[in-house]
Every structure is written in C-alpha cells, then in structure tokens.
Design a protein around this ligand. Structure first.
Ligand SMILES: Nc1nc2c(c(=O)[nH]1)N[C@H]1C(S)=C(S)[C@@H](COP(=O)(O)OP(=O)(O)OC[C@H]3O[C@@H](n4cnc5c(N)ncnc54)[C@H](O)[C@@H]3O)O[C@H]1N2
Ligand code: MOO
Length: 407
C-alpha cells in the first residue's frame, strides 16, 4: 500500500520541524544586520531609537498652528511665512502663532506647529519665496495632527522591533536598520548534508547533478549545506553517515532506494529501527525512504530521495522545500493557481502526476517535455509544476489544472 503525498509531506515536515527545534537550542550567531538575510531572530531585537526619531511632515506644504486656520472656511486667512524647513535640517526654531513655515516631506516639524497643509491646498497652490516674509492664503481649516508623522509612532526606543523567532526577510532588515540596530542574534541555520549514491557518479559515467540541485536549493533558502558522494558500498555509506552526524541536522540522500540489486541506501538504512521505505502515490518521485542515523548521543533524520534527476527536483518541491523554507523563515508555499490545459494529457491511476509547464499569455497551461523522470533539461525550461490529481487518468485541452510557480 503506497502512502499518500499529504501523509508523506506531513512526516517529512515533522522530522524537519523537530530538527529545526533542536538546532534552535544551539548557541545563536551574532551577525551584522546587513548580512542577516535569512533565518530567524534568536532573541528580541530592541529598538535603540524612536521611529520616526522626530515629528516630521508627511507632505510638501506649510507647517501651521491649526488654531490659526479655524475660520479659514468662512474667509481666506493670510499668514506670513518664516524660513523653510527641508529634510535633513536640524531642529527648526519654535513657530510663533500667526506664522507658517514652508516645510518639505520628512523635514522636522517646528515646535509649536501641529499640522501641515499641502501646498496644493493653499489658495495660490505655490510656495513662493521660501526664505520667509511671504504671505500665504489658506481657504480651509485643518485638524490638529493632519499630515504630521509623530515621533515614535512606528516603534519606541526600548521596545522590541521584532520578537524572537521573527523571520529575517528584507522588511525585517529595513526595520532593524531604521531602529539603529547594528547586529542581531540569529538562530543557527539547519545544517544539511547531501549524499549522492551510485557507482556511475563516482566513476564519472553520469554527472552528479542531484547534489548540485539540492545544494543550490539549500543555499537559496539560506541553509548551510555540504555535498558528498559514495559508491554502492554499504560500509562506505555507513562511515560517511558516522562522519556527518556530529555536525549535521538533516541528511538527504539521493538514489539507491528502488528495487535493484545495488540499493545502497535501502541496504544500510531500511533495517534500522523506525525506518520506512515504500512508494508514495506520486509520479515522479514514487520510491521514498525515511530513517534516522544514530551516532553517539545524536539521532540525525535522513530523508531518502530517489535518484532520477526530475524525481529529486519534484520530491524537493513537494516534501522538503515547504518545511525547510519555514525553518529558514522564508515563505513556504510556492505561488500557485489554476488554468485550462493547452493540450491533453494522460496520468497514471492512483498517483498524483507532476508535469512541467509554462503559463501562456492567455492563462492557459502548456506542457514542457514528457512525463519521464530522466528529463532535467525540460524541467529547467519550465516555470510551472502542473499537478494532476491521483483520481484523474486523462485530461482534455481546456480542463482546469492546478499549478505551482517554480521559476
Ligand atoms: N523494479 C523497479 N524498478 C524501479 C522502480 C520500481 O518501483 N521497481 N522505481 C523506478 C523509479 S520511479 C525511480 S525514481 C527509480 C529510483 O531509483 P533509485 O533511487 O534506486 O536511483 P538509482 O537507481 O540510484 O538511479 C536512478 C537514475 O538516476 C540517476 N542518478 C542517480 N543519482 C544521480 C545523481 N546524483 N545525479 C544525476 N543522476 C543520478 C542514475 O544514474 C539512474 O539513471 O527507480 C526506478 N526503478
Ligand atoms: O518516481 Mo520515479 O521518481 O518516476 O522516476
């Protein structure tokens, strides 16, 4: 009995979540904010500043005492200007009642002023001379606080900008910089070890592309990763797993899990307690395995992917990418959608079929390459994974399919 895609995804996610939780107990890494572009905060990041740091104008216009314009709706009120204030100016002098200051967006609000009137809402719609001594006519009252960005309205000095566990995405980096924070404590990233297996890879008869694919995915998620290669020799694989275990949180193998005479991953791991090797109801990526490698006091989860290059790519998207992205503080879900197929297809019964496709300008989904799991070039030319549910064995052109955007 094969296992469903959802059940396998849940099992893998649970293993990775446990590994991430355990890794998070390790000592945090202090990093300059500008280098902390992935992962999660290990401790709250406390603001060193009020943000904004001072009351300032939201508009190009005139800083006013709102009370001076209380009757401007009845008849225009003309008020004299003082010298203008621009962004970057030091704190301006107090604004005397009955005067207004030309002020630019982001400039500090003169003490005493409590509102800003945008230049286009004055009678002339223009600034006129900006060094003071001009008269500006106002035709509407303004409420106190209008277009004023108050000091500390985003965050206060001493308040947490982001809590422990917050993902370090681009907006987080911006928030930390604006709050005057130079370095942050980052939860240590998961350390992956990728193990490719197969005599044909060691001899060079077949290039080991799977390791490169998995390394690139890991690096894109900001995870630490190393790649290793072993022949179909159980002793060599066991020795490698022993060497990796002390400094690894998750091992991902490729190859050696199907029904042949040299399935080194299965041979070594299937007899271990708690190991699971079977088929998942998906094509490609059917043969899968899960195990744990015990070494001294460490137990390292092992996710075993099949060897075919497209099976590795699809398995990564279905089972590994979502929980790894979550652990790394990245968006776990690929953008997805539905569209009509541009051409018919057939699909094996009882299995989710994952095809490669492209989105056409009219929103329809065309297929790229055939269904085979030995076509990594077709995969790289595609921008979508096209998901055909397990209860569907044939689709016509025009039938609606779900897609995930992968590029
Ligand atoms: N009798 C059966 N045979 C097969 C079954 C089955 O159920 N019964 N399943 C097929 C499916 S589906 C898949 S997928 C593969 C999985 O096989 P393995 O995981 O044992 O992978 P290998 O035999 O080691 O390699 C398969 C294929 O992929 C190439 N390969 C392997 N590693 C890499 C790498 N790192 N980089 C690039 N290419 C790699 C390898 O040379 C083989 O061509 O089993 C089917 N057979
Ligand atoms: O499932 Mo295999 O992964 O079809 O090629």
């Amino acid at each position: 009995m094969s296992r469903s895609v959802d059940e396998h995804a849940r099992e893998v996610a649970a293993m990775i979540s446990r590994a991430a939780h355990r890794r998070a107990q390790d000592r945090p890494v202090e990093q300059p904010v500008t280098a902390a572009l992935s992962g999660r905060l290990a401790a709250p990041a406390v603001s060193r500043l009020d943000v904004p740091g001072f009351d300032n104008s939201q508009m190009d216009g005139f800083a006013v005492h709102a009370a001076d314009l209380a009757r401007a709706g009845e008849a225009p009120v003309a008020l004299p200007t003082v010298a203008h204030v621009v962004a970057g100016d030091a704190a301006p002098p107090r604004l005397a009642p009955g005067t207004v200051a030309p002020i630019m967006t982001g400039a500090p609000l003169p003490p005493g002023a409590d509102a800003v009137v945008p230049v286009e809402r004055t009678r002339s719609g223009e600034f006129g001379p900006v060094d003071g001594g001009a008269l500006v006519e106002f035709t509407e009252p303004v409420a106190s606080g209008t277009f004023v960005r108050g000091r500390g309205t985003d965050v206060r000095e001493g308040e947490a900008v982001l809590e422990a566990g917050a993902p370090l995405h681009p907006a987080a980096v911006g928030a930390l910089v604006v709050a005057g924070i130079d370095t942050v404590e980052v939860a240590p990233a998961l350390r992956l070890a990728i193990v490719a297996t197969g005599a044909e890879l060691v001899s060079g008869a077949v290039p080991d592309s799977n390791s490169r694919v998995l390394l690139a995915h890991a690096h894109e998620l900001g995870l630490e990763a190393s790649a290793h290669l072993v022949p179909d020799d159980p002793g060599e694989l066991e020795a490698l797993l022993d060497r990796l275990a002390p400094q690894t949180d998750l091992i991902v193998t490729t190859g050696g899990v199907s029904a042949g005479t040299r399935e080194v991953v299965r041979q070594v791991l299937e007899p271990r307690p708690g190991a699971w090797f079977d088929h998942v109801a998906v094509q490609p990526g059917g043969p899968q395995g899960l195990a744990a490698w015990h070494h001294d006091d460490r137990v390292v989860p092992v996710v075993c992917l099949p060897g075919n290059p497209v099976s590795v790519l699809v398995s990564f998207e279905l089972f590994l990418r979502p929980p790894l992205a979550r652990a790394a503080g990245r968006i776990a879900q690929r953008p997805s959608g539905t569209g009509p197929l541009a051409e018919p297809l057939t699909s094996p019964p009882g299995r989710l079929q994952v095809r490669r496709g492209r989105l056409q300008p009219d929103g329809s989904v065309s297929l790229v390459g055939a269904a085979g799991s030995h076509l990594p070039v077709s995969y790289a030319r595609a921008e979508l994974l096209v998901l055909v549910p397990e209860n569907v064995t044939a689709c016509d052109a025009g039938d609606t399919v779900e897609w995930w955007r992968i590029a």
